[in-house]
Design a binder for this molecule. Structure first.
Ligand SMILES: [Zn+2]
Length: 148
């Protein structure tokens, strides 16, 4: 299935978060520069950076040369805290119900296809927001109200 991020030529690699041990995917520098606040955005090195998506982990990005940018220094910090599902269209996981989940997913798919999404800069992972819809679906969370 195509998504807005499939056109990227850069190969995504994985690295283990030095703080929490989660497997993290690499992000492009474009994502970093749109996510990291001043003045931390002045210190971004040329190396590869990875995003730690673990909500409990204070690490936002870490580089292959051990630089760490805390989640608190990201523009999306508040959104990460509320477990944002789609950063492009401001949809929270908690906003999903059994009744609207399918509709919202189709909305995001439609916008992705027409190129109106902005995952690469809006989503701290740089990944297409649809990926998270798919995870929710896989775990059968889309059919229930989102309570843990
Ligand atoms: Zn981590």
């Amino acid at each position: 299935m195509s998504n807005c991020c499939s056109s990227h030529s850069t190969k995504i690699t994985s690295e283990i978060c030095p703080t929490c041990g989660t497997s993290c995917k690499s992000v492009e520098h474009k994502t970093l520069y749109h996510q990291v606040k001043f003045p931390e955005n002045q210190e971004i090195s040329l190396g590869k950076y990875y995003f730690c998506s673990s909500e409990d982990c204070p690490v936002g990005y870490f580089s292959s040369s051990s630089e760490i940018i805390p989640k608190q220094q990201l523009r999306t910090y508040q959104e990460i805290k509320v477990d944002k599902l789609c950063y492009c269209f401001d949809i929270n996981v908690s906003a999903l119900t059994a009744n609207n989940a399918e509709t919202l997913k189709n909305f995001v798919i439609g916008k992705t296809k027409s190129g109106d999404c902005a995952c690469e800069v809006r989503n701290p992972s740089g990944q297409c927001c649809l990926a998270k819809f798919k995870i929710l679906e896989k775990n059968n969370l889309l059919s229930k109200s989102a309570q843990s």
